[in-house]
Structure formats: structure tokens, C-alpha cells
Design a protein around this ligand. Sequence first.
Ligand SMILES: [Zn+2]
Length: 320
Amino acid sequence: MKTMSNSPLICYTRISPNSSPRYEQITKITPHYMAGNCSIETCGEIFAPTSRQASSNYGIGSDGRIAMYCPENRRSWCSSSNWNDQKAVTIEVANVTADGYITEAAWNALVDLCVDICQRNGIPSLVWTGDKYGSLTCHYMFADTSCPGQYLKGRMGLLADVVNARLNPVEEPEPIIWRPGMQPDFGVNGSDVFRLYNPFTGDHIWTTSTNERDGLKKMGWDNEGTAWQNLYPMPVYRIFNPFTGEHLFTTSLNECNTLRDNGWQYEGVVDLGAREPNDCPVYRLYDGTFHMFTTSDNERNALIANGWTDEGIAWYQLAA
Ligand SMILES: [Zn+2]
């Protein structure tokens, strides 16, 4: 078995006596919630007595600090399952509300720790399947418990996305330069642009990829149908906010790079736009958290009536 190491991200160690030898390779990560807003020191105190019969490999406080309670070569007593905990690194995260809301600092530390665990243990990517066979698992899959809470449970797919984007980063964006009259040279002419909705985060995504559409549907996204067609495809930058889960589309390299400086992740170029000057406009709107793109005047007016801010025309398009 591969030699196991521990995370360099820890700033506090209190080894719990409640653990067993690990006999299996690490292939999973299991985030838990503390069912309380404990500091990493308090959590270490809770796992200290042998009478407690519980532990985790790591703990994360609401301040984003990370502690170790069991080295990774030990199997923690955490998820009510020897099958899982032999394979998993377990992480207790402090939660602020009863439904499991965690702070942005705790979320960012969880992402950092998952990336580090994957890199050191040779896990190529995190897979959230919603059951115990994915590489990202939860306590409720093995016992009658609400752990890790509704909030964190609803963000498991997002956690996998964000960690995977860090494990397999996309190359730097090239400036998009094109002139009227240039031949279409990007994407597939006449392909449908599909619109999907993530009911957990509230994010919309637009994609011409049937593979991505079908993959997202399997992960629980709602297919909202064809938004429009791109007869003369024009490239658009796609960037991702790892805290809100929003995917944003923009033709502006400036906006793309400014957002990247603020922690957004570049996901590449997608062919959502159209080059023909007479096509109908794609409107961009903003509700303070998410952006919406639509070619429909009705939808645009309804959103504005509901308090969305009109951000103008994002690009031009052929309506579906
Ligand atoms: Zn748990």
C-alpha cells in the first residue's frame, strides 16, 4: 500500500485515542458536520476521551482553521461504517445553523483540504453519485442521521466540481478576436443551446454539449429545453464562482480576467453567441447572486418586474 502522509494545511493537532489501523488505500472523502459551531480545539476535546468512541481524521472550524485528530494511516470512527472509513478521509466541519450552513471560510478550507487529500493520495477527481459508491460520501448513507445537514448535502456536487476544477485546471484564456464578415470557425453551425437549472444552488447553465446536458440531468439538474440556436457560432468565455456555484458567460476578456482575480475559475470557451449583426439580442440580467441570459422579451420583462437588474445585451443570437 502507498505510504500515507498527512495534510500540511493543519494548524492544530490533538490525536484522539479512538481509531483503528487502516488496511485500505484512501479512495474517498467523507465530509461531516459537527452538529454545532465548535472550534477545532473544542472538537479535539470532544474526541479525546476513550468513552466517546468517536473521531475524525480532520476538523474545520468556522474560522477556516484545520485540525488533525487521526493521522491518515488510521481509520477514524466517524461514519458508522468500517467499509467507508477504511477507504475514506473523514472531515468534521463546524456548522452555523441547524440545517448545516457553514461559513465561506470553512467552505474554502474544505475545498483546499479535499484538493490536498486528492493530490497526496492519487485520487484523480472527486465523483458525487449521491450514493456510497462515489468517491464523495456522507454519513447519512450509512446510518440514520441528518449529517452533514441539508445545506452541505446540497453542495456535494458543487464540492466535487470545485475540487475537480482545481485538480485539472483549464489553460489561460486567449483573447477572442473576430471581425464582421469573418467565416464562422468555432463550434457547430445550427446546434441547439440547451438551458439547465440546478435546484440546489439556483444556478442556470447554457451549453451546446449533449454530453454535458445529459451528465447534468443525471446529477439532478432540470432540463429547461432549447434556449436558442447558434447558426454562426461566436465564442463566449465561461467562468465559475466556487462559492455561489454560478456559471457566468461573457464575451469580455476584461470581465473574465477581473473575476478570475477575485477567485472565479476559468472553464474555457463555449460557442453560445452568434456573429451575424442582425440577430436578436441575448439580454443579461442579475438578481444580486445569479445572472440570467434570455432572448425572450417576455421573460426579460417578467424578471425586471421581479426586481432583477437589466444588464443590457450580452451578445447577439438567433432565437430558437
Ligand atoms: Zn457525521
